[in-house]
Ligand binder design. Structure first.
Ligand code: WT7
Length: 631
């Protein structure tokens, strides 16, 4: 088992060692896992051609590390506590032994239906234990999982299935989200109209709503599980075999499939989980994310299970049946470590304090946040009301591409500073770059955040398009991974993430590309051109502001807005709905035809007196019109 960092001094020593002798540092950590064959080399890397290999020559199966290796000593320990959407429904718990059995059975179901090593399998599921089981079952047989968040539309789902050429889809009849029921199978059916690679669909019954089962394609999860045994040999994988694909948005084009591989991801997932949260044996740990995002992959499923922890999975939403739901669950299961998003904190902060105070939160030891910068008021509320000033808050900065937490306090070890992610984990070498591409040395400085040495869980490629991966992440600053974030390093060397410096917006912790929303809006037949920017939003962090040129001019602007929202829900999903839509007659463009988003951003945030130089615009008068109609 990985040994935890114990003090600030220990952290400093470990950090230094990780920079001076990274190979020795990581091999000592990797040695704690169960390998079928150990590695020949710790790391080989070339950022120019983007060729990174960790632990090459090693052979393993990650599920033997998540499950089998715990069975002898901890088989009865609870691996997953599942809390349903409706508090009137019962909690379900799986011990490591039971989870192992379920994973093996479902892995056999996948094999029986033709899945094999290297195949890609799409999972489009609600937050039920079967999603975690399906993830692990894929890994068990060496199939590459591609989890698609169940809030995405049929179009978004089919795009992702087709990009990865998935052969199987695992879904559910429907999902419960607060008072709503969502017909997942119906959406999946729609998607599958244009997914020739899918030969079978396995459907987990969650809501019991009526659905169509297409014969020859659709199979019930529970029926298939009865046809197989519970022994399933793990497929033995190479260290660099892909483990999963996870789609994420960038500043241009369609979402890209970030590829993570096996041994390095595993090593970093457990290492970061244990150290950041200072997880202690017996603790109940709860991350409120959805497994459809990287947070759920690394810190609901893989990290905690690798560490032999008890991980809580919640199906519902924070405000249903009331705004005390999170705290009720914390009290019910004596949650010790609680990890959520700033947007959820801000949303709950808006309700009466009694929703928090009515529940016994005395088991809480550590609080965490992820996904976006946390503002100071939300940090204080979380610290005082939820943590009773007794729980360190770990503000964890990382990305889908980094696979694991990169910059964060280690709970109870690193000094805290509200709104700062503080210090890098051992093995992580952040640096700030200036506009000329040079590293900015020293403290009390600001720049673009890059990482300068490989780490085990870093992105290896983007599925089907290695060049794109090189261009997006490794070409802006030669020899560095570029994060897309701006960052300041204060006088004490602490890091504060200031937000994206590219055309990516962060809405309630969800990453959305402005180009993606613009392309979706263009699908409306009356839209001539759309420009989308982010603007500060009290709860969501950023809201989406869309400027639309429309022809013919809409007679009823509100009705037109509604139509546009429907188009977005159809093309992407409800998370990408613009908060504000302004119909304009023109957009501020340079003479070469480029939209000057800087101006649109300023107008969206109400800073119309800071537009800067507009004289280079093709038609400066358009700015006046947009300003006067701003929402
Ligand atoms: C982007 C990555 C990594 C899990 C969830 C989001 C922003 C993430 C923080 C933080 C400030 C943060 C960054 C980053 N972000 N964590 N603690 N403080 N910003 O993953 O969808 O890949 O988004 O989220 O802008 O680049 P993601």
């Amino acid at each position: 088992m990985i040994k935890k960092i114990e003090s600030l001094e220990d952290y400093k020593d470990q950090y230094q060692k990780s920079v001076e002798s990274p190979e020795q540092f990581w091999s000592e950590i990797a040695n704690t896992f169960s390998w079928r064959k150990t590695w020949d080399r710790v790391v080989d890397w070339d950022f120019k051609d983007l060729d990174v290999k960790w632990f090459s020559g090693a052979r393993l199966n990650i599920t033997e590390n998540c499950l089998d290796r715990h069975l002898d000593t901890n088989g009865d320990k609870i691996a997953i506590i599942w809390e349903p959407n409706d508090p009137k429904e019962s909690t379900i718990k799986y011990s490591y032994e039971e989870l192992h059995q379920e994973v093996c059975r479902f892995a056999n179901v996948l094999r029986k239906n033709g899945a094999k090593k290297g195949d890609t399998i799409c999972l489009y599921m609600p937050m039920v234990p079967e999603l975690a089981i399906a993830v692990l079952a894929c890994a068990r047989i060496g199939a590459i999982h591609s989890v698609v968040f169940a809030g995405f539309s049929a179009k978004a789902l089919s795009d992702r299935i087709n990009d990865a050429k998935c052969s199987l889809l695992v879904t559910a009849d429907g999902s419960f989200r607060g008072a709503k029921t969502i017909g997942l199978k119906e959406i999946a059916d729609d998607a599958l109209e244009s997914c020739p690679s899918i030969h079978s669909t396995i459907v987990y019954q969650r809501t019991g709503q009526p659905i169509n089962m297409r014969s020859g394609r659709d199979l019930w999860w529970h029926e298939e599980m009865e046809k197989v045994g519970e022994n399933c040999d793990a497929e033995i994988m190479d260290s660099e075999d892909p483990l999963f694909i996870l789609y994420t948005s960038g500043s241009t084009g369609k979402p890209k499939g970030v590829v993570h591989t096996t041994a390095g991801y595993m090593t970093y997932a457990e290492y970061s989980f244990k150290n950041v949260f200072q997880y202690e044996d017996g603790d109940v740990y709860w991350c409120t994310a959805d497994i459809g995002w990287i947070t759920g992959h690394s810190y609901i499923v893989y990290g905690p299970l690798l560490a032999g922890a008890t991980t809580l999975m919640f199906e519902g939403v924070p405000t249903w049946p009331d705004a005390g739901r999170f705290w009720e669950i914390c009290a019910k299961h004596s949650v010790n470590v609680f990890y959520t998003a700033p947007t959820a904190i801000r949303a709950l902060q808006a309700f009466d304090d009694s929703f928090v105070l009515g529940h016994d939160l005395s088991a809480l030891k550590v609080l965490g946040t992820v996904g976006e910068p946390i503002n100071e008021e939300a940090w204080q509320w979380y610290h005082e009301l939820v943590g009773k000033e007794n729980c360190p808050i770990v503000d964890t900065w990382w990305q889908t591409e980094t696979g694991g937490i990169m910059i964060s306090p280690l709970a109870g070890i690193t000094p805290l500073k509200p709104s700062y992610a503080t210090l890098p984990l051992p093995g992580i070498q952040p640096c700030l770059m200036d506009a000329d591409g040079n590293e900015i040395e020293g403290n009390d400085v600001q720049g673009n955040l890059c990482i300068k040495y490989p780490w085990p869980s870093m992105i290896r490629t983007t599925w089907g398009d290695h060049e794109r991966c090189k261009n997006v992440y490794f070409s802006n600053y030669e020899g560095y991974y570029f994060t897309g974030d701006g960052c300041r390093r204060d006088a004490d060397g602490m890091y504060r993430i200031t937000g994206r410096v590219d055309d990516v917006i962060n809405v309630s912790g969800h990453r959305i590309g402005t180009a993606e929303v613009e392309d979706a809006l263009d699908e409306h037949s009356n839209v001539v051109e759309a420009a989308v920017v982010g603007y500060p939003h009290d709860i969501k962090g950023q809201g989406i502001y869309a400027y639309i040129i429309c022809s013919p001019e809409p007679e009823d602007v509100d009705a037109f807005r509604k139509e546009l929202l429907e188009v977005i829900v159809e093309q992407i999903g409800p998370i990408a709905k613009p908060d504000k839509i302004q119909v304009v007659s023109g957009l501020p463009k340079t003479r070469s035809g480029k939209i000057m988003r800087r101006i649109l951003r300023k107008i969206a945030e109400g800073a119309t007196d800071q537009l800067g130089d507009t004289s280079t615009l093709l038609d400066p008068t358009v700015v006046e019109e947009i300003k006067s109609g701003a929402l």
